[in-house]
Ligand binder design. Structure first.
Ligand code: GTP
Length: 594
């Protein structure tokens, strides 16, 4: 049977998951009973957040108008700016992509970024103009933007409504006509790309693979190329969408392999699986490893959970190649891990998964970028944790990472966006018009776009702006360490590095927020912000006088219960700092909105 392996790429919200659902229905991969709203989004979290986090492979069958039957492997990818690494790993398993563009929005930041990722990987692109049911849909406009901005021909574009299903079948015919079938030799030595992996406590590591050449089946002895370790294949199969066992996997096929691999370090995403008897001489050219750019400390609320946290991090990192961690100790928080993420959304998701899937209570410290410090003795080092910054008299200069930031915005919002970029120390490099859309090119400190930038950008442009960024070099900045003192004790886990001009306002914001979220204690607790020993802001958590429920006496009983429940819930994520109980929120005070 002929095979087509493809992925769907799009800017966030352009309808990728909805389109995937329609395609699944048309190919009847899923029975009506199994059908849930967004069936490719398997993780519970994704359903809640409405974004696709993990790339999910699916096997579908389609009988073309010509009567020929085809096997399609659809690999779903996430669309958020944090998750480009997931996109590129999914693309390695495909020959082509559907590039979905919302007809009412046109080409946006991740449309361009993802299209280039696909083109750079040598994939064929089939444009899909979606949401033609919307009254403000502009199909010719979207096609013109694709041609002009990305430079791909629009004549193969298919206009559809993923919502109503209109014309979606034309996509399936388009896939057959315009996306190439996989090449591969069933008799050549086995070469499989591991593009994802999961850990199952019964079966061990489940490797998600794309077979390039050769065939793999139960009982074969496979070898992991980078480590040379060998394993006997336990089962092979595909996703339909549930993992389904099959006899074998051949060239061009996408599926999974289990081989009683218990040590998760033995399967690295991007590695090649080959046959032990007849191995290939070179691995499949590697993935670009994703580099974590944001670091935050994760500590168990209950210090006895430290080993459990380590195990959970190991399992999670197998499934998430972009996530890194190493042990760290904090005077205030005890034993924990310094974890690296691709962005704040990624950090959020990892933390939520640790809590949900592994039942851990966690305290996370404020995420920060990596700084580079040049000491007065000439030595240089990278600082992942602001608390590790040397004493001010030992610092010659501090450098911070810069990014090249592109913002795409309708003309009428350009003024607003430029104001925001200026406030964030951005430097304009260029401004390019694409029809009614303007592309603003800036160079800006990465730390300045980390926290609330995206939200502010969206709210200043009524949701119309989109952005992407890529790293530049480190540049010197007037940076200082802001220390936070709770009850006159410096708390290492709360230190942040900030630009000197913003230190006062940020210090004020942090202490106020902390004073607001730290519950009252038996005594008044001063919260202070300081730079090099000099106090620049102060707030006080007032002493606790009476029972919090006292004011409810004779009042509404449900309100009283709610208050108690709220207190109880707060308890789960508290950390004792000396004599003061500090909730999770206080550690993230730096992130709180203006
Ligand atoms: P991520 O998974 O977060 O990357 O988003 P996505 O690109 O998968 O978008 P999704 O499929 O979740 O769709 C985004 C929104 O657009 C949802 O509210 C859909 O209901 C809506 N939508 C998708 N396709 C259409 C369409 O053809 N017409 C209309 N009117 N709405 C659509």
């Amino acid at each position: 049977m002929e095979i087509r392996n493809f992925s769907i790429i799009a800017h966030v919200d352009h309808g990728k998951s909805t389109l995937a659902d329609r395609i699944l229905e048309l190919t009847q991969a899923v029975s009506e009973r199994q059908r849930r709203d967004q069936m490719l989004d398997t993780l519970e979290l994704e359903r809640e957040r409405g974004i696709t986090i993990k790339a999910t492979p699916m096997r579908l069958f389609y009988t073309a108008k010509s009567g020929q039957r085809y096997l399609f492997n659809l690999i779903d990818t996430p669309g958020h700016v944090d998750f480009n690494y997931e996109v590129s790993r999914a693309l390695r398993a495909c020959e082509g992509v559907l590039l979905v563009v919302d007809a009412s929005q046109g080409v946006e930041a991740q449309t361009i970024q993802n299209a280039y990722l696909a083109i750079d990987n040598g994939l064929e692109v089939l444009p899909v103009i979606n949401k033609i049911d919307l009254p403000n849909a502009d199909v010719p406009g979207a096609i013109a933007e694709l041609e002009e901005v990305i430079g791909i021909p629009g004549d193969t574009a298919v206009a559809v409504s993923a919502k109503t299903g209109e014309n979606v079948e034309a996509i399936l015919e388009g896939i057959i006509a315009h996306l190439p079938p996989p090449k591969g030799d069933p008799d050549a030595p086995l070469s499989c790309l591991i593009f994802d992996a999961m850990f199952d406590s019964y079966q061990g590591v489940i490797s998600f693979v794309r077979v390039m050449d050769g065939t793999v089946k139960k009982g074969d002895v496979i070898r992991i190329f980078s480590t040379g370790k060998t394993f006997e294949v336990d089962k092979v199969g595909y996703f339909s969408p549930a993992p389904t066992v099959s006899d074998q996997l051949g060239p061009g096929e996408v599926g999974w392999i289990t081989a009683a691999i218990k040590d998760i370090a033995d399967t690295q995403i991007g590695d090649t699986i080959t046959s032990d008897k007849n191995p290939v001489s070179a691995p499949i050219p590697g993935f670009k490893p994703a580099q974590p750019v944001v670091f935050s400390g994760l500590y168990p609320t209950d210090s006895e959970d430290y080993p459990k946290l380590r195990e959970a991090l190991e399992k999670l990192s197998l499934n998430d190649a972009a996530f890194s961690f190493e042990p760290e100790t904090s005077e205030a928080l005890g034993f924990g891990f310094r974890c690296g993420f691709l962005g704040l959304l990624h950090a959020d998701i990892v933390q939520a998964r640790l809590e949900r899937e592994f039942g851990l209570g966690l305290i996370a410290t404020a995420p920060a970028v990596i700084y580079e410090v040049e000491r007065t003795d000439g030595s240089r080092e990278h600082i992942q944790n602001p608390a590790d910054l040397p004493e001010p008299d030992k610092i010659a200069r501090i450098l911070e990472p810069f990014v090249r930031l592109n913002v795409y915005v309708p003309e009428e919002y350009v003024g607003n966006v430029m104001g925001l970029l200026q406030e964030r120390r951005g430097e304009m490099k260029n401004m390019v018009y694409h029809g009614r859309r303007v592309e603003l090119r800036y160079e800006i400190p990465f730390g300045e776009i980390l926290y609330d930038f995206h939200d502010r950008l969206k709210s200043l442009t009524r949701g119309y702006a989109s952005m992407d960024y890529e790293p530049l070099e480190y540049r010197e900045g007037k940076l200082v360490k802001l220390d936070i003192l709770v009850n006159d004790e410096k708390v290492d886990a709360l230190a942040v590095i900030v630009h000197r001009d913003k230190a006062y306002s940020l210090g004020r914001k942090i202490v106020d927020k902390m004073a607001e979220v730290i519950p009252r204690q038996m005594f008044a607790v001063p919260i202070q912000a300081a730079i090099g020993g000099k106090i620049i802001a102060r707030a006080t958590v007032r002493a606790f006088r009476k029972d919090v429920t006292a004011k409810c006496y004779g009042g509404d009983i449900t309100r009283k219960r709610k208050l108690l429940e709220k207190q109880k819930k707060g308890k789960e994520r508290m950390k004792q700092l000396g004599t003061v109980e500090v909730p999770q929120e206080a550690f993230l005070a730096v992130l709180s909105g203006d």
